[in-house]
Design a protein around this ligand. Sequence first.
Ligand SMILES: NC(=O)c1ccc[n+]([C@@H]2O[C@H](COP(=O)([O-])OP(=O)(O)OC[C@H]3O[C@@H](n4cnc5c(N)ncnc54)[C@H](OP(=O)(O)O)[C@@H]3O)[C@@H](O)[C@H]2O)c1
Length: 321
Amino acid sequence: MRAAVITSRDGPDAVRVLEVPEPRPAAGQVVVDVRCAGVAFPDVLQTRGEYQLRPELPVVPGWEVSGVVRADAGGFRAGDRVAAMPVLGGLAETVAVDPAMVFPLPDTVPFDAAAAVPLNYLTAHLALGRRARLRTGETVLVHGAAGGLGTAACQLAAAAGARVVAVVSSARKAEVARAAGAHDVVPADGFRDAVHRLTGGRGVDVVVDPVGGDRFPDSLRCLAREGRLLVLGFTGRGIPAVAVDRLLPGNTTVVGVASAELWRAEPEYPRQQWRDVEPLLRSGAVDPPIGAVHPLADTAEALRSLDERRAVGRVLVRVRD
Ligand SMILES: NC(=O)c1ccc[n+]([C@@H]2O[C@H](COP(=O)([O-])OP(=O)(O)OC[C@H]3O[C@@H](n4cnc5c(N)ncnc54)[C@H](OP(=O)(O)O)[C@@H]3O)[C@@H](O)[C@H]2O)c1
């Protein structure tokens, strides 16, 4: 089969599309013939060996896919349309996935959109629900709001009845964040003052932060009383430090969110989450904005677009037509 392969830990440029053997499924695994793969920032980190999981090379990256089940296994039937999270191996014509990470796909959801759902929507579901305990009527500030995790957070927060304020770095990204359900959009530069104005000085209840870096201190200052700041990632490249005395006056909570670790510890949890997300997929409340669709041969360019902050909305690789 054809697959995108990380040949050395030198970033997206070291990804080559090669002929490799098909994966041999372990007992109970579901073999999926891949139609589309979502390209996410963890795949970019993987190309440099900067992701928490550091497999031996060569390795096929690819966190999430959509496709068709090849043979009966793990409670699925041959021909079932599914979305899945193999974590590794998705950027290939075929992948073997643990059944706990395979999800039934409603007939109305196209393969393109489906490939963009599992990782980011289930992570945003965990972050906003279980970790932040978001309530209807609260205000949520979303950094990187035109990115994969950002658009998922905007859509799920809006669907939960929150007011969503998006933080983005360009006018094009502002459009995508609005289309994903953001009620207000503020620029990354000077977001703190803009949030202050928009909320009449009150601040927001929850900050969704997949960016980190030097935004972190101002994110803390944007929080209303008993606000929660969700730490999700560091696309801004810097790991912020927090002086804990800053947390006292506002009764502030800084919350770590790591979906992969939680899914490993609680294998039944992703399916439970999917049961919450599936009705939103059917209703259209979950509808990932697709920014670019690349052929498998252009996987390196798909990864580069995220690495270089050019991606707007989700970036996909169409593996088969
Ligand atoms: N904790 C978890 O469970 C979990 C799960 C999934 C993903 N993540 C993490 O979440 C983060 C976002 O992933 P994603 O797939 O949503 O990425 P993405 O689609 O590339 O979006 C990331 C956003 O970060 C912003 N950004 C700021 N500085 C950047 C820079 N120097 N380079 C690139 N982007 C920059 C960009 O928005 P602006 O240009 O508008 O600022 C961009 O839209 C990653 O760190 C990923 O590892 C965490």
